[in-house]
Design a protein around this ligand. Structure first.
Ligand code: UDP
Length: 419
């Protein structure tokens, strides 16, 4: 057992570049997950290579993040942004480029941890050419997502097939919440080995700024009521529900209500349509004065925004895990979330926040107002939220669980040697 942590791992995240700027276009939780897991595993002694598709000709091929942890951008298809549903066609090219890289460097990756269905296909293809242990994290399940999406995209059939196959063939599937595992079992297959290991957050980065300091830094008065959203502009995120709930909030009368919607790219990017739609609704509801769109929030300022807020709202229609939820909780801020997916796991209703049915504007408004109207109770919820994240959702804890699992799986494969 003693040398195992010095082994080499490939984390494959074909469309979610771990070195990308987070919060715009399609860069969100998956990018953060891969990067944080990668760095934490490197901290445990693993050599971590995070493979992604090169989506910009000007990007460097290799980005070193920390000792033993790097992003490697492989050329597969055009070196430009391609929407994720169109990337599947480049899977064979990606696999070839990966093998070429391995040959050039004289390395092997006995453990391949794939992320999202496109990378699942890459892992399965790679397995045809070399012995590997494949672990897979879905990040989103087509079987659930397509229940809420119309029209269903062309790629849906392929995606569902790949997702079902990897469930049966991967050495282990990582579900990030019990709810996600339940969806796999009820909607996909009774077969396949699934472990539950949640997503995590950096509890040292998130949670060190006090509410007073944060408000001072952002120029927000102590008596303002601040409702915050952080995330991508994507219809699945349910920002419309939040905007409509805020427009009918009781706190509006006080003139002290402020809604901050953080995230999104500059105009002209692929997430612009949803941003325009939301801005139009804000105007129609006549809440332009109290609504702010600061754009993409960098990692350094995020803890300040979370800490300054009275409540963070995660109104998603579907959310496999929801990193924003635990980031806010780590910053002592209660969360009002939709009663879906991973939010049922992370938010403890009446203890660390509240849940409301997705798309239910009235229920969101009532939940938001309950928190805004009761600052002492809200502070208690925030304390509990922090404790819950410390106990269950730190990256160190998550990476340790993954590391233990990699070792266990390798020990079951006597033919595989750690590089
Ligand atoms: N994020 C960010 N800046 C922004 C918006 C989002 O850094 O302006 C980050 C956020 O902190 C979180 C991730 O993007 O770590 C979103 O992950 P989540 O799981 O909540 O949603 P997903 O994007 O996976 O749907």
């Amino acid at each position: 057992m003693f040398l195992k942590q010095t082994g080499r791992i490939a984390l494959i995240s074909c469309h979610g570049d771990p070195a990308a700027e987070i919060g715009k276009e399609e860069a969100g939780g998956q990018n953060v997950y891969v990067r944080q897991v990668g760095e934490a595993l490197a901290g445990l002694g693993w050599q971590v290579d995070m493979f992604t598709r090169k989506a910009d000709a000007n990007q460097p091929k290799i980005v070193e993040h920390a000792k033993g942890c790097r992003t490697i951008r492989l050329t597969a298809g055009p070196e430009t942004f391609v929407p994720r549903d169109e990337i599947y066609g480049f899977v064979p090219e990606f696999v070839q480029a990966l093998q070429h890289f391995q040959q050039e460097e004289g390395i092997q990756h006995p453990i391949v941890h794939t992320n999202y269905w496109i990378s699942a296909a890459i892992g399965m293809e790679l397995k045809r050419y070399q012995p590997i242990v494949q672990l897979h994290t879905y990040h989103s399940l087509g079987a659930v997502k397509y229940q809420n999406v119309s029209p269903i995209p062309m790629v849906a059939g392929t995606r569902l097939e790949v997702e079902k196959t990897v469930l049966k063939t991967a050495e282990r599937i990582i579900a990030t919440s019990p709810q996600e595992k339940e969806h796999m079992r009820s909607l996909m297959s009774p077969h396949g080995a699934i472990d539950i290991i949640p997503c995590g957050t950096d509890i040292e980065h998130f949670g060190t700024v006090s509410k007073a300091e944060a408000r001072h830094a952002l120029g927000i008065a102590p008596d303002e009521k601040v409702v915050l959203y952080v995330g991508r502009f994507d219809p699945r995120k349910g920002i419309e529900t939040l905007v409509r709930a805020v427009a009918q909030s009781n706190a509006k009368e006080s003139g002290k209500l402020r809604l901050i919607i953080g995230g999104g790219s500059r105009p002209g990017h692929s997430d612009g349509a949803e941003r325009d739609r939301i801005e139009a609704i804000v105007e129609e509801l006549e809440i332009t004065d109290l609504t702010h769109f600061p754009g993409r929030l960098g990692r350094e300022v995020l803890p300040t925004y979370y800490a300054a807020a009275d409540v963070v709202v995660v109104p998603s229609h579907y959310e496999p895990f929801g990193l924003v939820t635990i980031e806010a909780m780590a910053c002592h801020t209660p969360v009002v979330g939709s009663s879906v997916g991973g939010l049922l796991y992370t938010v403890a209703p009446e203890e660390t926040g509240l849940l409301a049915p997705p798309k239910d504007v009235n229920a969101f408004q009532i939940a938001i107002d309950r928190i805004l109207d009761n600052p002492e109770w809200a502070a208690k919820l925030g304390q509990n939220a922090r404790s819950r994240v410390e106990a269950q959702f730190s990256w160190q804890g998550v990476a340790q669980q993954l590391s233990d699992l990699y070792i266990q799986l390798l020990n079951q494969e006597p033919d595989l040697k750690l590089a």
